[in-house]
Design a protein around this ligand. Structure first.
Ligand code: ZN
Length: 553
């Protein structure tokens, strides 16, 4: 026998296994069903974690300082929630119980100039990864309402800024104000914000199509996405300008990424078809849903005004608008009364048949965004607050991810489809636009970051309901973030150093060029009087002060 071949055999038979055996991993996960949505890998394997990285996925025996027995359990990429408005310590235990390893607010986002501060506050303070987009709404609130009362610098401040003022929602900025808005957002992008978040559905009359176009051009200059609560959902009987097409047409023209936030609404089929067709053409656009037939918002949302909700959309308050706290349904009269006392009071809004929820979980390429809202009141809520003591909230807060897995089981939807929805479908498009931290997450592959969620496919379930929205999910015994075990035997651990920021590298040079009258067209911002009025069909150039009756869209 050739001596080289003998050595080769020796190497294969003894040295390689000896090497593997000799490595002691930090953590090993043994005999679990490893599922990777990117490669469709689905087999029982052992997983070795070292220095926060998935070092090996193997059939061979491996050992580590710590061992998790995952027999009968699925070992999946950690769940990624791209739409969580409550990124606060009191939310983290419920997030872990639902398998979430990354939570980001890509819809409202954080205030541009305060983005660094926002990330700093969470450093060493979170067992889950965290991130935020730059907020369109807050830039408008600062410029058009003079709102500067920043306590949180992200969603919880919206509750505040929306309470007494509505310039952010209803005012068309002047060219100068428009430039200020864009430059505040630009500052956040330079500080590393994950694209732009726009709640334009809440400011459907204040924001011109031109403003949206400029906003998308700005995010496009940075190669980042815009996430939009787009205005005017399709699928209603009334003909209205369709916000999803507004966003996607811009995305195509500029070739800038975009997210259709929570499109679990009437018209979802069309939104999905648009997204699929555009992705087939190579555009980086995607959508997210949360698996509930009701939404949740503040009572004073513009689309709940009688002219829209009742007259245009044909809903009845008595059947569709429920108080989160009391469970009582609103009447038009009750709504008027409560609006005077507590305009931003949270309500549940029933808008779709329950049967649609299963359809949404079947949609290919769609991600999950829970749209969890900060709890109100949040005073005194901490990591240690018992689940039962939280104020009630929409069940999507606590149960969105486990519910997708349960619905997949109950409706014979392939488990890989559900696993992909809960992780990869957000990681992939964000990674594609250059967000490095998302290129190494959402996958169960060697070399990837060890964000891992381990669940029992037979029992995993949500437990939260509309009446009790803060009951934790069950059937998810282990969660790991950056190679640190943050939940063990279904008990969340105080591993506050585990979570990492998800953001772009800050850059110093701005890419934004203020618009001048030279490239100004009269459909852009408010039409100056000396231009002799507006264009046909344009919205009034009028500041609506908080004391005035709101102008109906
Ligand atoms: Zn929204």
């Amino acid at each position: 026998m050739n001596i080289k071949f003998v050595f080769f055999l020796f190497f294969i038979l003894f040295l390689i296994p000896a090497c593997e055996k000799s490595i002691e991993y930090d953590i090993v996960i043994l005999n679990g069903r490893v599922m990777d949505p990117e490669t469709n890998f689905d087999a029982v394997r052992n997983v070795g974690i070292k220095d926060g990285i998935i070092s090996i996925i193997t059939e061979k025996d491996i050992s580590g300082k710590e061992t998790i027995d995952a027999k009968g359990l699925v070992v999946a990429p950690g769940f990624i929630d791209g739409h969580q408005h409550c990124i606060e310590p009191y939310a983290y235990r419920l997030m872990l119980r639902d398998g979430r390893t990354t939570i980001m607010d890509l819809e409202i986002g954080a205030h541009g100039p305060k983005l660094n501060e926002w990330y700093k506050m969470r450093e060493g303070n979170s067992p889950v990864n965290y991130g935020a987009a730059v907020a369109h709404e807050f830039a408008r609130a600062e410029v058009l309402d003079g709102f500067t009362d920043w306590k949180y610098m992200y969603t919880p401040d919206a509750v505040n800024s929306r309470r007494n003022k509505d310039g952010w929602s209803k005012t068309r900025p002047t060219l100068e104000q428009g430039n200020e808005i864009l430059s505040l957002i630009d500052e956040g992008l330079r500080q590393g914000g994950i694209g732009i978040g726009s709640t334009v559905g809440y400011m459907r009359q204040g924001v011109s199509t031109r403003e949206i176009f400029e906003l998308q051009k700005l995010s496009g200059l940075y190669g980042r996405q815009i996430g939009m609560h787009f205005r005017n959902t399709p699928g209603n009987d009334v003909e209205e300008v369709n916000g999803i097409q507004e966003m996607l047409a811009n995305a195509a023209a500029i070739d800038a990424p975009a997210i259709a936030c929570h499109f679990n609404n009437p018209g979802y089929n069309m939104v999905h078809e648009l997204l699929v067709k555009m992705r087939d053409e190579g555009y980086n656009v995607w959508g997210e849903i949360y698996p509930y037939n009701a939404g949740s918002t503040a009572l004073n949302a513009v689309f709940l005004e009688p002219e829209v909700w009742v007259k245009a959309l044909g809903n009845k308050y008595e059947e569709t608008i429920q108080d989160v706290e009391t469970g009582e349904f609103y009447t038009e009269q009750l709504r008027k009364e409560i609006l005077k006392k507590e305009p931003t009071r949270p309500v549940i809004v029933y808008k779709c048949p329950e049967a649609w929820v299963v359809d949404w979980v079947k949609l290919k390429g769609v991600a999950i965004g829970s749209d969890g809202m900060p709890m109100i009141p949040d005073d005194g809520l901490t990591w240690d607050t018992p689940y039962e003591d939280f104020p009630n909230t929409h069940p999507r807060f606590s149960g969105s991810f486990a519910k997708v897995l349960r619905l997949a089981r109950e409706n014979n939807i392939p488990l890989m489809q559900a696993v992909s929805m809960t992780s990869y479908n957000y990681a992939k498009p964000l990674g594609n636009m250059g967000l490095k931290s998302m290129q190494v997450r959402g996958r169960m592959q060697e070399g990837m970051v060890a964000d891992i969620t381990i669940f029992n496919p037979e029992t995993v379930t949500d437990n939260s309901t509309y009446a009790k929205g803060t009951l934790p999910s069950t059937g998810i015994p282990f969660v790991m973030v950056n190679g640190i075990i943050v939940m063990k035997d279904s008990e969340p651990l105080k591993e506050f150093s585990a979570g990492q920021p998800i953001r772009f590298e800050p850059i110093t040079e701005s890419k934004f060029k203020p618009l001048s009258l030279d490239n100004w067209t009269n459909e852009f911002y408010a039409v100056p009087e000396d231009f002799g009025g507006g264009v046909p069909g344009s919205q009034p150039n009028k500041y609506v002060s908080p004391t005035e009756e709101p102008v109906t869209p």
